[in-house]
Design a protein around this ligand. Sequence first.
Ligand SMILES: *[C@@H]1O[C@H](CO)[C@@H](O)[C@H](O)[C@H]1NC(C)=O
Length: 645
Amino acid sequence: MSVCSFCLRAMAYMETVRSLRIAILVMTVILVVEPALGSFMVEKNSLTVITPKSLKGTYQSAIGNFGVPQYGGTLSGVIVYSTVNLKGCDKFPDDYFRSKPGAWPNFALIDRGDCYFSTKVWNAQQAGAAAVLVADDKHEDLITMDSPEEDPSASQYLQKISIPSALIEKKFGDSLKKALSDKEFISMKLDWRESLPHPDDRVEYEFWTNSNDECGPKCDAQVEFVRNFKGVAQILERGGYTQFTPHYITWYCPQAFIESKQCKSQCINNGRYCAPDPEKDFNKGYDGKQVVTENLRQLCVFKVANESNPRQPWKWWDYVTDFQIRCRMKDNRYGPECAEEVIKSLNIDVDKVRKCMGDPNADADNDLLKHEQEAQVGSGVRGDVTILPTLGINQRQYRGKLDKTAVLKAICSGYQETADPPVCLSDTVETNECVDNNGGCWERGSVTACKDTFRGRVCQCPLIDGVQFEGDGYTHCEAHGPERCKVDNGGCWEETRLGVHHSACHGHHHHHGCHCPWGFEGNASRVEGGCVDVDECSRKLKCQCPECKCTNTWGSYKCECSGDLLYFHQHDTCINQKGAQSETAGWVVSLIVLAGISVLGLGSYVVYKYRLRTYMDSEIRAIMAQYMPLDSQSEIQNHSRDDVI
Ligand SMILES: *[C@@H]1O[C@H](CO)[C@@H](O)[C@H](O)[C@H]1NC(C)=O
């Protein structure tokens, strides 16, 4: 189709189908990348007027793309039309539309124009309306009321809109107003039961999305939705209740511009597949090229998981949510390295994914992306995908806010009566996902970061016996605080031999990680090797004087001297007994005393005195040990460790 017929139609929808601005932006800013588009489909619900008799009958209305349409249900109410604030752009008086207890709910009738559709609906909801009908202001076919895309003030209330809304034709709106001015009581029923086909016991649905995580409130809402909906989506898919397919909108670069800088930075496969630059600035941050490549990777992850044996198509949800958490553009992690880490952690075959992606620099078609381009042009009743994100359910486009409950309600309305899966009745079911490869989360022994929740599995460092673990939940978690050695010895090595215990965990506030105690070396971790004894003798670290005889022990060493000599631990040498010992010691002591006093002053002298005493005590013990070999081993070990502290 030609660009211009698209332009014309785009202009006609501009006020409402604001998401088309994605496409328009691409065309005006970049001027070259065209989306492939065919026809836009308006999803409808039916509206039945019950009274007055003169209006009785069924009318079409177009479901607004925000708030919560009651898919599969009906809602009856009475029309209320405010004579001031006709367009609903200002706040209504408190409780203006609220119905009395026991009475039918009130539907606000509001005129189109002057402000966002969503503003009108929000104002009516705040004043107590149960639903909103917006009357078109010109004679035309029904359009979809969309939410404003890049208005920060609107995004604050958008997620809070919880009532359904619909656009009605001008002619119908006029006759309603006429009846009201004649003091008629208008009651009607809004009906969404036939909004979606519900032919059998399986719902086919598709989600059109984008891996770009930096596009303002709409992207944030999309990320949030995927995260929240994942658990339910996986239950449905595992149970065979649904067949889900992810899709990615793809643009292409017209032939004439393939060599341009814009197409080169935004497209892969020689201009065949493009995505708009995330920052809309070619000179900074990420390029469209990287986005379209990640989109392709996500498609391939789905394909590989869908074709693996056994089939696990639901892993796409894990991949996408983990990628959003671990590989954000904000953190500068968006890209192939991080993506492949996630793929591996989910036990998906990286080589198959790479093979599926092919060579993005090749001047050749990529089967998957080619298929995506064809699929986004509407076929049959579904219509083109122009609003991002778009959810298609049973070949129709979902309208309403992307919210777990609202979407689940819509999917559940897609089953033949009585064929609803249990999750349609309750969504508090666990997914048992931690069983498989620990859900790709961090684990160490019995300590795991994998949590089964009704939102699917999440990787979150645990809190165990009051010990908080901190980390990313995927590749590492570490215990913090003085109690950190309590759980699993902080993940550190520990061992007891012949009543002697050594540990690589130190439970002080400022300590973290594992460190081998003196006399040991190694990586100190519990699972990877731990600590091994250092052989002080063969390494010639200790006890090397000519009269010394060195014996290695576990965590320490033992030194014996020949003849009458005694081992003087502090100086790692053999000395004469008695006289020589006190002489040498006295000499050394007075020297240190002098230095200590002169350098450190009186304060350190006091400290020194204390140290001197312990030093003397331990020296005596060392000497005694020489005479009482049976009792000596642990004494010397303690002693030798004191030496280094
Ligand atoms: C996923 O697998 C199912 C069953 O093999 C198949 O019918 C479906 O077309 C596959 N979906 C995609 C997008 O490849």
